[in-house]
Every structure is written in structure tokens, then in C-alpha cells.
Design a protein. Structure first.
Length: 280
């Protein structure tokens, strides 16, 4: 065999073998073509921000929309079950932050007065810090829901995402979503893309109700919920700490390298893809 061809095949085999281990030569940032069937992958679990969807859309469209419509949503939904659920969750989170001596805005007791203004102040405080707060994520999802229903918002995904999801499903490989955004927000995003409603192609949506994305137990729970062993699962994310957690759970992992991604310190430890066309 020609020496150059032999070396090319050796490197390709090495990259594929390292997929499960989560290791990758630091000297190489070359693209990896991953065959799911050859690796025994039966479920592709996808992060959203920086993986299926541009970070700019999340920060410059969704987050800004939620902040701009916060007061309006609170007025329109005051006293509703959704509003009271948000108050309950954020009140509990506020108490925890206060117990940690965080510089949180004051919170009115519900029995003594209106909580709307303190709630909004605390929400803005959480937004300013980009907290992965369950109460905040619930509220943002509810605000976005109104935006999607009115047509002011439409979901956005990278152009390679719809074809990849359809290709995987044709091969009887499931596709699920795991994001810190609420399950409702995830569904609305994928239901309203320029490429049509993608939700019928997705077998499950998971938010941090199953646990933190940086804890390995979360990935075991998701795999079990969908009838898989962790070794059947490929998790794709732009956040290396999440890949560490998924790898520790026994999942296959891939680093998503997209324009604008910012959470990729120590990224050389992971096999990487720049488009889902590389995952076949």
C-alpha cells in the first residue's frame, strides 16, 4: 500500500477510535467524519445554542425579546397559573441566593404586597448574569411562547441541521434535544424554523428538570428515558464541560465548532465537527 494512503487511513481510524474516549490529538483540528452506525449510535442528543442554533440568535433575538416584553407579559398574565408558578419558583431561588449573601434585589413577601416589581427586578438581575435559573428559563419560555404565537418570533437553526436530522431518522437513529432553555421554548423553536416544523422528527426534549448539563447523571437519565444505554448516545455540544459530563456517563461526544462559539477552552481534547454534514 502506498505510504501516504496508509498514513491517511491510520489517522482516520485513530480519530474514529478516539470518539468514545473523548480524546483527540491536540495538534489536529481537522474535521472528523463520524459514521453513527459503525459506532453503534442509536440516539443523537443535541445541545441548541452554538450547536443547532447560532449563539447570536439566542443572545441578540431571544434574550432581548424576553427582556423587552417582561413587564408586558407580567401585566397580561398576572394571577394566572403560569404567573403564580413563576413567582413560586423565583421566590424560592431568590431565598437561596440571599442565603448565599448574593447582592440580590429585595423581594416582597406575597402576604404583604405586590411582588410584580420585585419579581421583575430579580429577573433582570438574573438576566444580567446569564444565570441558568430554572425559574428564569420557565419565564423566558413563556414570554417567547407569546412571541411565537404572534409571529414576532421564528426559530432559527443552521442550514445543515434539518437535512442531518432527516438523514439520521431515515437510518432509524433517534434525535433528541437537551438544553438549559425550557422544554416549551425548545419545542417552539424547532416548530417554527424556516425549514418547517422539525418537531415530528425529534423523539424527546429535555431541559434542566432532568439535572444540570454538567452532571453525568443527567445524561444517564435521558438515555434511560428514551430506552437506551449511554453508550448508544452521541451528545453534540459546544461546551466542553458538558462533553466531560456526558463522556463520564458513557456517552459518545462531539464538540460543535460554529461561528461565534465561545466556550471551547481545552477543546483539543475532543473530536470536533463544524457541520452536521460530517455526522453520517
Amino acid at each position: 500500500m502506498d505510504a501516504a494512503l496508509h498514513e491517511h487511513r491510520r489517522r482516520s481510524e485513530l480519530s474514529a477510535a478516539l470518539l468514545r474516549s473523548g480524546l483527540h490529538p491536540a495538534v489536529s483540528r481537522r474535521r472528523v467524519t463520524v459514521s453513527l452506525s459503525e459506532r453503534g449510535v442509536r440516539l443523537v442528543l443535541l445541545d441548541i445554542e452554538g450547536t443547532t442554533t447560532p449563539i447570536a440568535f439566542v443572545h441578540e433575538v431571544l434574550f432581548i425579546f424576553a427582556r423587552a416584553h417582561l413587564a408586558e407579559w407580567c401585566r397580561a398574565h398576572a394571577g394566572s397559573p403560569d404567573y403564580l408558578d413563576v413567582v413560586r419558583r423565583l421566590s424560592a431561588e431568590h431565598a437561596v441566593d440571599r442565603s448565599r449573601d448574593e447582592s440580590v434585589p429585595p423581594w416582597e413577601d406575597m402576604s404583604t404586597g405586590d411582588v410584580d416589581e420585585p419579581l421583575q427586578a430579580y429577573v433582570r438581575w438574573l438576566m444580567d448574569r446569564d444565570r441558568k435559573s430554572p425559574g428564569l428559563k420557565l419565564l423566558q419560555g413563556l414570554i417567547w411562547e407569546d412571541g411565537y404565537q404572534s409571529g414576532e418570533l421564528r426559530g432559527e437553526v443552521y442550514p445543515d441541521v434539518p437535512d442531518a436530522i432527516r438523514r439520521w431518522r431515515r437510518e432509524d437513529i433517534g434525535v433528541a434535544i437537551y438544553s438549559s432553555g425550557s422544554e416549551l421554548a425548545q419545542r417552539r423553536l424547532f416548530a417554527s424554523t424556516p425549514y418547517g416544523d422539525l418537531t415530528p422528527l425529534i423523539v424527546g426534549f429535555f431541559d434542566t428538570a432532568v439535572g444540570s448539563k454538567r452532571e453525568s447523571a443527567s445524561y444517564k437519565l435521558i438515555a434511560s428515558a428514551l430506552g437506551h444505554d449511554p453508550s448508544d448516545v452521541l451528545f453534540v455540544s459546544d461546551v466542553t464541560a458538558e462533553l466531560d459530563a456526558a463522556g463520564a456517563a458513557g456517552c459518545n461526544v462531539l464538540l460543535s465548532i460554529r461561528p461565534g462559539n465561545t466556550h471551547q477552552s481545552d477543546a483539543e481534547r475532543f473530536p470536533a465537527v463544524r457541520t452536521f454534514e460530517e455526522i453520517i
